[in-house]
Ligand binder design. Structure first.
Ligand SMILES: Nc1ncnc2c1ncn2[C@@H]1O[C@H](COP(=O)(O)OP(=O)(O)O)[C@@H](O)[C@H]1O
Ligand SMILES: [Mg+2]
Length: 239
């Protein structure tokens, strides 16, 4: 599939003289992402091609790269590899090369369940996996900044969820506010995965005890950090 009205690189197109485009993976506010194969090694990667207006003086891409590099030991995050500048239709474009993640976007994964929503048990496991991942990011003095169901890839659901997070956004220095925002976003993902507003009134009390009606001030009081959220989930009786 071609990119949505942007660069529309087609399968077979060669980027930076060495990356063959295999397919369009998706796009959002910042750019388009393609699955690519490196010539010579045949290693598959993902290349995010930034829209120049979202990446002035390469700031967005380089901040993202530095964060992913700093957080490279967090298993929930994609691994950054390298970046290249290419010339395309009289513009310089940044190719941001990262690990290619096999799996399904959370937003699509949820749609495969009856009623387009997860049953309670998998939803709690999802929230737990997210809390563990975000806890490791916060412990390293960073935050994600753009947690929603199109930035989460479900790799596998076995006993627990294997997840990868993409697309960190830099709102400024890591502080309590940014970390709190991540926690509220996790709870929002949980709430949406369970059916959102339509299903909320019928959710059991233990779900509502976590979601707090999505009131940020209540969430903040209840879960002062990601560890508290994780420990809370672990201590509750989910039967
Ligand atoms: N490393 C990757 N592996 C697999 N798919 C990816 C990868 N990175 C991005 N994608 C896909 O491309 C989409 C857009 O990527 P993203 O980095 O979130 O861009 P944007 O900042 O424009 O939202 C994602 O929602 C996902 O579907
Ligand atoms: Mg995104």
């Amino acid at each position: 599939m071609a990119g949505r009205g942007g660069f529309a690189f087609q399968p077979g197109h060669l980027l930076a003289g060495k990356y063959e485009v295999l397919e369009y993976l998706g796009g959002g506010w910042q750019g388009e992402v393609y699955k690519i194969r490196e010539r010579g090694t045949r290693v598959e990667r993902a290349a995010k091609v930034f829209y120049p207006k979202r990446n002035v003086r390469n700031r967005t891409a380089s901040t993202y790269a530095k964060k992913l590099h700093k957080l490279r030991s967090c298993p929930i995050l994609i691994q950054y590899h390298t970046f290249e500048t290419i010339r395309h239709e009289d513009r310089n474009l940044t190719l941001f090369i990262s690990e290619y993640v096999e799996g399904e976007l959370l937003v699509n994964y949820v749609k495969r369940f009856r009623g387009n929503r997860l049953p309670l048990f998998p939803a709690v496991h999802l929230l737990h996996a997210l809390a563990v991942g975000v806890e490791s990011i916060h412990r390293m003095g960073e935050y994600h900044g753009d947690l929603h169901s199109e930035n989460v890839i479900v790799q596998r659901l076995g006993l627990t969820f294997d997840l990868k997070l993409l697309d960190l956004f830099h709102w400024g220095p890591a502080n309590r506010e940014n970390r709190h925002h991540d926690i509220c976003s996790l709870i929002r993902i949980f709430y949406d995965a369970l059916g959102g507003q339509k299903a909320y009134a019928r959710q059991p009390q233990k779900v509502r005890d976590i979601c707090c009606g999505l009131k940020q001030s209540l969430i903040r009081k209840k879960f002062r950090n990601a560890s508290e959220l994780r420990l809370y989930i672990e201590a509750r009786d989910w039967s």
